[in-house]
Design a protein around this ligand. Structure first.
Ligand code: SF4
Length: 492
């Protein structure tokens, strides 16, 4: 008989990878949880608590100080009697497995509705497993759910204020999908308890490490890497695992003619040559574009549960932009906007950028993100639509041009601006901007978090000023980076 207990989270870890489950239990300190993952957890929590508001009169089981055993007992008492009842975070334990159910509704007839709330915008196959584990535990206690539902975020929902979130969640009946899985749960439980009772499973890195979740033990499991690991091949996927299975770890050791795509072959060749390659087509293309040239970048924030009227879940909402303007005579100016964190920033952002980007000349961006944000702004503010659409017509995405024409071995298979920029340092006439010299904001997620902190009424004025300075420096560097990039690409 095992001494271990399985939570739903551990069951899902085991379902992804037995080694992950073992590490969760035996080496939890080795987990590295990324900033993005923490933000995703926070969003999930917010969706869950907002979901509760859709069930008025529901009872929340447990509090911050409640032990699992107390939560189980509280749940048992709440379900005593025959009255209809709605419970949030109800706790159950059956045969070593403990689960908390997001929402459990029992009507006056005794029918049980089990609802799992997800911050995702659709149902994923692994969500059924999540539901099956819960339903199996309940059934083991004689509480057979009549109906099992997955509630996920409706990304077409538009918030109209007044804390009215009816329509935020889509409820899908998944009873028929989950039912056939119930008989598999006992074998998962046995298998996972065996894993926990045994030695660390000898499992190598594989596709499971990022699917369905990014595993927090990736660093722990990754052996020392060569200078140019095959995992850096663009669009790697299957070919990376095939190369590794064949014992090839370094891009420079890949035999010629074995890679599946032209771009992978290019990366291999340039890496072996050890010298950057710049194709003249980039300069030729840039030479056809007019002046003045604008180099533009947004910073945005998004909410799983919208807080501003007229916005949707996960909509990228701009609160800041930076723009460098380069004139034909070589002069460069800088323009910028950062909202003051007093309410929705989108209107002021849109109006200010329309003025700053004037009416002529290409607007350089990197990837299609700015176009999507501008389109959203145009639909949010129809009276600004003509001006914003005129800017969209002037956008020039430097990413495909760079990807097609420039590669440096140190980019290690990435054409992100932060991978490209350092490789331009030291070139004649170039001094690449350096993200490492920035304050605490050096990437987009940190910028979003900084703005959220500025929005928080509890943030002190001093802290707000400091965040503001860091945000301005970060966004300005992003557009300075685009200037440096075009200058480098224009060299023949
Ligand atoms: S990194 Fe991969 S192999 Fe290691 S525990 Fe996670 S999923 Fe398993």
């Amino acid at each position: 008989m095992s001494d271990h207990q399985l939570s739903k989270t551990r069951m899902l870890s085991g379902w992804q990878c037995a080694k992950r489950l073992w590490l969760d239990a035996h080496e939890p300190g080795e987990a590295v949880v990324s900033r993005e993952t923490l933000r995703a957890f926070a969003k999930g929590h917010k969706v869950g608590t907002t979901g509760h508001t859709l069930f008025p009169g529901g009872l929340l089981i447990g509090g911050d100080r409640t032990t699992p055993a107390q939560a189980v007992e509280e749940t048992r008492k709440a379900l005593t009697g025959r009255d209809s009842v709605t419970l949030f975070e109800a706790a159950f334990i059956h045969q070593h497995v403990m689960v908390r159910t997001d929402v459990l509704v029992r009507n006056a007839l005794g029918d049980l509705r089990l609802i799992e709330v997800k911050a995702a915008t659709g149902v994923k196959p692994y969500h059924y497993i999540d539901c099956a584990i819960q339903a199996w535990v309940l059934a083991g206690l004689g509480l057979h759910p009549t109906r099992i539902e997955l509630a996920h975020v409706n990304n077409a929902f538009v918030y109209h204020g007044q804390n009215d979130y009816s329509g935020l969640l889509v409820f899908q009946d998944v009873t028929d999908k989950v039912a056939p899985m119930l008989e598999q749960v006992p074998s998962w439980v046995d298998e996972f308890l065996d894993v926990l009772d045994g030695e660390r499973p000898p499992i190598d890195l594989g596709p499971q490490c990022k699917n369905p979740y990014l595993c927090p033990f990736l660093d722990y499991c990754t052996p020392p890497q060569p200078d140019y690991p095959v995992s850096c091949l663009p669009g790697g996927g299957k070919s990376v695992w095939q190369l590794r299975a064949a014992g090839v770890e370094d891009i420079r050791d890949i035999p010629a003619g074995t890679l599946g795509s032209e771009i992978q072959e290019w990366v291999r060749r340039v890496t072996i040559d050890g010298k950057p390659e710049l194709k003249p087509a980039a300069a030729a293309e840039l030479g056809t574009l007019g002046w003045p040239r604008y180099f533009f970048d947004f910073e945005t924030v998004d909410f799983a549960v919208p807080i501003w009227s007229g916005t949707r879940p996960y909509q990228a909402l701009p609160f800041q932009w930076s723009c460098h303007v380069q004139h034909e005579d070589g002069r460069i100016e800088h323009r910028e906007f950062l909202a003051d964190a007093n309410g929705p920033p989108m209107r002021a952002c849109a109006e200010s950028l329309i003025l700053a980007l004037e009416s002529e000349g290409p607007v350089f961006v990197y990837t299609g993100f700015e176009q999507r944000v501008l389109k959203d702004l145009a639909s949010l503010f129809p009276d600004l639509g003509d001006d914003l659409n005129a800017i969209i017509d002037r956008l020039y995405d430097l990413h495909p041009l760079t990807r097609a024409n420039y590669y440096h071995p140190d980019m290690k298979g990435s054409w992100s601006i932060k991978a490209v920029l350092p490789t331009l340092a030291g070139e004649p006439g170039q001094s690449a901007p350096d993200y490492d010299e920035l304050g605490e904001i050096q990437e987009g997620t940190a910028a979003s978090e900084a703005f959220l902190e500025m929005l928080d009424p509890a943030t002190s004025d001093d802290r707000r000023r400091s965040l503001r300075g860091d945000l301005l420096a970060y966004c300005a560097l992003d557009t300075q980076a685009l200037v440096t990039l075009t200058q480098a690409l224009a060299r023949v």
